[in-house]
Design a binder for this molecule. Sequence first.
Ligand SMILES: *Cc1c(COP(=O)(O)O)cnc(C)c1O
Length: 468
Amino acid sequence: MNDPEEFRRHAHDLVDWIADYWQGIEEERATPQVLPGEVRASLPAAPPTDGEPFERIVADFRELIKPGLANWGHPGWFAYFPSNSSPPSVLGEILAAGLGAQCMSWATSPAATELEQQMMEWLVQLFGLPDGFTGSIQDTASTSTLTAFLTARQRHGDLPRMTAYWSSEAHSSVKKAARLAGIPVEHQRVIGVDHAFAMDPRALAAAIATDRAAGLIPGIVVATVGTTSSTACDPLGEIGAIARDAGAWFHVDAAYGGTAMILPEMRHLFDGLELADSLVVNPHKWLMTAFDCSTYFIRDVELLVRTFGENPEYLRTAHDAEVVNYRDWGIPLGRRFRALKLWFMLRSYGTVALQEMVRSHIAMAQRLAAVIADTPEWEVLAPVPFGLLCFRNVPTSLKGDENAIARHNAALMEHANSTGRVFLSHTRLDGKYVIRMSIGQFRTEWRHVEEAWGLVEAALVAARAENR
Ligand SMILES: *Cc1c(COP(=O)(O)O)cnc(C)c1O
């Protein structure tokens, strides 16, 4: 298909397909019905020797691949966190792929670097970040957090004595980053949380004091605003002050919750961010940007470049002294042109529409949380600061039997999910199994939230009838 005319024809067809897919997405199941190995078994064992007509490839996509995909854009998508592939950001992705630009150095695509710089500046303003932050776009929060750990390690320079701290509710990518950065398990400190699942700053201070007395060096403290299980918010001000005092790097993981910073009324959850050395927010979750797009903010660029910079002869260019070469700001050399989709998205919606969307998700979550809390035998197990609520049903007959309550709630969730109308996921809080409902898909309206709650309630009615 190297002929642009042929590409044009197929591209038009595929764009039509995507638009039709979006138009009909509500009538589809949220989740696929496939068994492990089923899709793979339908594919040829070996690559084709001769090229095939594109129509046939697309037909196979529709028949073999599409039915095996979850519909993350479904308005009944309440599992995990949202992954919002908004139309303008998808157009940016198509264009980025079409350009095939490599954005490793300024010289390899000057406008890509400068657009990325400006998008990071726009986000600094949109999020109302404290002075001094700048940054770059990474693939995922996992990479951003690993980047923070590697930079902290560079700053401390004494890996064998370096310790790291995060709460028991922190994302698994934090532990992974510690491991990859070479911090041994004996120096990883998992700090306890309070009744709202936020890190207990006194426990952090105590752990740090013990480590210092033992001659260890507190290297990095990670706080989370919007934990993955329950969107708990660690108190950044207190934690940041402790980290500062100890000379530790202070990294804030706001991969999901950070989007709420676009709302002035939510900024108080981020008080203390002025003490942070680095911050990650994923626009590819709640902020309407097609995967992948993780924004990593940092203050000490000089240290960042000292950590990641390499300057082989074959990459040197005439302007290196005057420009930013993002290849020196992180792990990969080759970089996608991700700023384009962010630019399309931010301009296409504008701040006000984005704020209204995020506000509406939070309002829907709080509204349903109030309904559930008021329903006998149902409980909401964590505060609802963002778009996520965690709840469970505790029948009087099962009171005190945590295993039975867990099985009961898992069955309710399975029952609701099996309809294909919604997709909920679960977690455990304080050992208790809870149904986790994350409201953040941009197509989700209150009627979809009501439908999901109705399906869970119907599952309860069905379960009662079965037990009778
Ligand atoms: C989703 C999430 C991550 C991981 O995000 P990736 O971009 O998929 O690596 C990290 N931290 C928190 C709090 C998250 O919610």
